[in-house]
Ligand binder design. Structure first.
Ligand SMILES: Cc1cc2nc3c(=O)[nH]c(=O)nc-3n(C[C@H](O)[C@H](O)[C@H](O)COP(=O)(O)O)c2cc1C
Length: 318
């Protein structure tokens, strides 16, 4: 997710779940190939498995971007066919490509040829006045024909005119039923459901209905303690680990120290950590202390420890 799932966020998320697949922000193939922005591929091995998400619509350029991503060691290369923002429409990529499955298939074929790691697609169920029950199976069939075996489907349309990117994540209605039907039509494909899933119980229910995966975006970011800390146990069947949210925060301190020693700022890391105590007593003291202090010049891991202490001090005595 743009501006959210940067490498600091992914390092933090990986401390909570060893098995969930994490995704980069979308990196555009023009930036990577023509802009030479290979710094956008930076990540730490500790974040793995991480999928690199690419945006673009030029087969040769996407192939080169996929090659660079695979060479950098990403576990998967994912093509974005879901993002509705204006900037992306003008570059003719993202959700607008739902209108051109032939081009998406060409892009994917070129990427598959260039990349030794799996190429996957994230799409919508349609755009604008398209009829999802017609276009989605056509889109999947065409792109699967190019060799793509895994799709993540955001179960709502994108309206390319008139809705902001944020509105496009909330206003078009969710159609889980249609996504579910795709699993019936394409049983050999690995199909993941995305959109509006806010609990692991809901994710589990989708898996129980036959989906192969569930992608959780905003809820995992805003309530990582509820989603990611229990995912390995509830979704992947790993033994339940006895650890607290405070343990996760303390495990971030060496990373924070190293980031600051390299000239980084505390807030670049802690902005992703504000939600870890969501719903717990005193959580607003944690958030407030970090929000008010993380930008200060002497801020460091001690600021994070202070924020935990303030939260604990604000809790009613047991
Ligand atoms: C801040 C933000 C940035 C996003 N950036 C991307 C992106 O770069 N690529 C992408 O495929 N989806 C992006 N999305 C969409 C999410 O991946 C997801 O499809 C959407 O939020 C619906 O899932 P959710 O209800 O679980 O959040 C973004 C969402 C948000 C809130």
């Amino acid at each position: 997710m743009m501006e959210w799932t940067d490498r600091h966020c992914r390092f933090f998320h990986r401390l909570m779940s060893k098995q969930a697949l994490l995704y980069t922000e979308m990196v555009t193939s023009p930036a990577l190939v023509r802009g030479n922005a290979t710094h956008l591929l930076r990540y730490s091995q500790a974040e793995q498995p991480v999928a690199l998400q690419l945006g673009g619509s030029d087969p040769a350029e996407l192939a080169e971007a996929a090659r660079l991503g695979a060479q950098a060691g990403y576990a998967e290369i994912n093509l974005n066919v879901g993002c509705p923002s204006d900037r992306v429409q003008n570059g003719a990529f993202g959700a607008i490509l739902m209108r051109d499955p032939k081009l998406v298939a060409e892009c994917c074929a070129a990427m598959i040829k260039a990349s030794p790691v799996e190429v996957t697609v994230k799409c919508r169920i349609g755009v604008d006045d398209q009829e999802p029950s017609d276009v989605l199976p056509e889109f999947i069939a065409r792109v699967a024909g190019a060799g793509v075996g895994r799709f993540t489907i955001h179960a709502r349309k994108a309206w390319l005119q008139g809705l902001s990117p944020k509105e496009n994540r909330d206003i078009p209605p969710l159609d889980y039923e249609l996504v579910q039907q795709m699993k019936g039509l394409f049983p050999a494909l690995h199909l993941s459901l995305n959109g509006g899933v806010t609990t692991l119980a809901d994710a589990k229910a989708a898996l129980d209905r036959g989906m192969d995966g569930v992608m959780i975006g905003r809820a995992a970011y805003h309530q990582p303690g509820d989603i990611l800390m229990d995912a390995d146990h509830m979704i992947f069947g790993a033994p339940k680990l006895e650890r607290t949210r405070e343990d996760i925060v303390m495990a971030m301190l060496p990373y924070i120290d190293a980031h600051i020693a390299e000239g980084g700022k505390l807030g670049q890391v802690t902005r992703h950590m504000l939600g870890i105590f969501a719903g717990k007593p005193g959580a607003r003291h944690w958030k407030r202390h970090l929000s008010e202090n993380a930008h200060k010049s002497d801020a460091g891991s001690h600021t994070v420890v202070d924020a935990i202490e303030m939260m604990h001090a604000a809790r009613p005595a047991a």
